[in-house]
Design a protein around this ligand. Structure first.
Ligand SMILES: Nc1ncnc2c1ncn2[C@@H]1O[C@H](COP(=O)(O)O)[C@@H](OP(=O)(O)O)[C@H]1O
Ligand SMILES: [Mg+2]
Ligand SMILES: [Mg+2]
Ligand SMILES: [Mg+2]
Length: 346
């Protein structure tokens, strides 16, 4: 790879390639059918796919950019261990390499960068998707009975959803410089499309500040107010913030990455999550891409999160994102002060 290409552009090109490789690992673990679910905390799970995809991403980026601070969601000693050659990805996406680097990022050094990695965003939806791959109803029922994550209500909604919620799963790589998210990748391993007669699985969306976004066709926001929010981590505060929005429709989907994709594709206009729960690796890449497309992501109080290495991981004061500044202002003004204070003092 040419070193005359500025570092941030090279890193974005490498991140696009490695996100695709991680997405294949996510699909492979699912096909094998042994998810290796570990409970990290309440409503917080990890699978073999989360662990392996993170090892692939961190080992691949560290091999090429040894001085960059890379922080991943999954905290496990295995991440330090050996990574098979097949996982090491040192390719770089050619289209990204040819992008013009914005002037303010041209002199950036490895030491100025923090990369936030969410190897699998939407783990709840991923584990529930496993169930729907069992075509035999008796096998599916047996798996449900031993599944730690699924209530009977979810099981019934899964049966109605045909393919489960695997489309909500994404791989997120966010690049921050001097605490600000400047570039990012959202890879969607289960996105299905037809190119000519050929069925393609997976797609990769990227964004770079002052340059724009790619990997999909952006669409204008819907004519009426459509809100996207969590489907697996709701609580009374989350519901209160949704009630006051006066929305025409509320979509409940998995993953911070997928919700921001819905904003970019004109399926929703605002993402509201008035609760702690998301972490820096959930929002860094989506925020960078949304910014590059003219949108805005903050906490519920309207403040920007910072992405330096020493910041606390949790986004304690929630997430509020919109396709443009006007819709962001609208949503921010609708949220009662009392609710904002509750979150700020949590
Ligand atoms: N109450 C909570 N506890 C743990 N994680 C939470 C959470 N609320 C949100 N999250 C995390 O934030 C991300 C988006 O959540 P949601 O799908 O509910 O909108 C998910 O990331 P992961 O799937 O990468 O863990 C999810 O785990
Ligand atoms: Mg998780
Ligand atoms: Mg996540
Ligand atoms: Mg995750």
């Amino acid at each position: 790879m040419s070193t005359s290409v500025p570092l941030v552009v090279r890193l974005l090109a490498s991140s696009v390639s490695v996100a695709g490789r991680a997405g294949k690992i996510v699909r492979d673990v699912m096909s094998k059918g042994e998810l290796g679910i570990v409970e990290k905390g309440k409503d917080d799970f990890q699978t073999e796919a989360d662990r392996s995809a993170q090892r692939c991403i961190i080992a691949s980026l560290t091999a090429q950019y040894p001085k960059i601070n890379i922080i991943g969601e999954e905290d496990n000693p295995d991440n330090e261990g050996e990574v098979c050659n097949d996982w090491l990805t040192i390719d770089a996406d050619k289209e990204i390499l040819s992008l013009e680097c914005p002037p303010f990022l041209q002199g950036v050094k490895e030491e100025d960068i923090v990369v936030w990695v969410d190897p699998l965003d939407g783990t709840s939806e991923y584990t529930q998707g496993a169930l729907m791959l069992k075509r035999d109803p008796w096998e599916r029922w047996k798996m449900y009975l031993t599944h730690p994550l699924i209530s009977i209500k979810w099981y019934l909604s899964l049966l109605q959803s045909n393919y489960g919620f695997l489309e909500h799963v994404t791989v997120l790589i966010g690049i921050s410089v001097n605490e600000k998210p400047v570039a990012g990748v959202i890879h969607q391993p289960y996105y299905k499309t037809l190119i000519g007669n050929e069925k393609m699985t997976g797609r990769t969306i990227w964004g770079l500040q002052e340059v724009g976004v790619g990997g999909f066709t952006p669409a204008p926001p819907p004519a009426s107010l459509i809100i996207t929010t969590t489907r697996s981590h709701s609580n009374p505060l989350v519901e209160k913030a949704l009630q006051v929005m006066n929305a025409a429709q509320i979509l409940r989907v998995g993953g911070a990455g997928y919700k921001v994709l819905q904003l970019l594709e004109g399926l929703a206009s605002v993402y509201v999550f008035a609760s702690p729960g998301c972490k820096k690796w959930d929002t860094c890449a989506p925020e960078a891409i949304l910014n590059a497309a003219g949108g805005k992501l903050t906490d519920i109080l309207g403040n920007n999160y910072k992405y330096g290495a020493s910041v606390s991981r949790p986004n304690k004061t929630g997430v509020l994102a919109a396709v443009n500044a006007d819709l962001h202002d609208y949503a921010l003004n609708r949220i009662p002060q009392e609710l904002k204070e509750k979150l700020a003092n949590k």
